[in-house]
Design a protein around this ligand. Structure first.
Ligand code: 5GP
Ligand code: ZN
Length: 119
């Protein structure tokens, strides 16, 4: 899948390098966790890698396995830090899944009972 925005105009690259502000929750050299602007649950965090990839498939095709592990570890830590009753990690890839930002991100949702199956 192509990246319609390109790295130079990527909003999440800009959030990672702090040229666009966000409510940051955790940061390492390679992973950033921040609050979603339009939360769908009492806690709705986004977990992004520093390296730009349009979606999960492109990311894993080029990533070191440790890079993928670091991303999921950060999402798990973030989920546990904001929840008692559990959390959900979601990755949307492509239009059918409702992807709107073409820089890989893991949604971490928590703070209410989440329906299954999702819509
Ligand atoms: P997607 O639909 O691509 O899986 O999710 C994109 C998410 O990014 C949405 O939940 C949307 O609210 C969030 N988002 C889009 N632009 C911004 C922004 O500039 N700042 C923050 N914090 N979240 C954003
Ligand atoms: Zn990007």
């Amino acid at each position: 899948m192509t990246d319609p925005t390109g790295d130079a105009n990527c909003v999440f690259c800009k959030i990672f390098d702090r040229s666009i502000p966000a409510k940051e929750v955790a940061r390492t050299e390679d992973v950033l966790v921040f609050n979603d602007l339009n939360p769908q649950a009492p806690s709705h965090l986004l977990v992004i890698p520093r390296r730009h990839a349009a979606n999960l498939g492109d990311f894993v095709a080029a990533a070191d396995p440790a890079e993928v592990g670091d991303l999921f570890a950060a999402a798990s830590r973030a989920g546990r830090s904001v929840s008692r009753g559990g959390y959900r990690i979601v990755v949307n890839e492509g239009p059918d899944a409702g992807q709107t930002v073409y820089h890989l991100h893991l949604h971490v949702l928590a703070g209410r009972a989440l329906e299954w199956p999702p819509g």
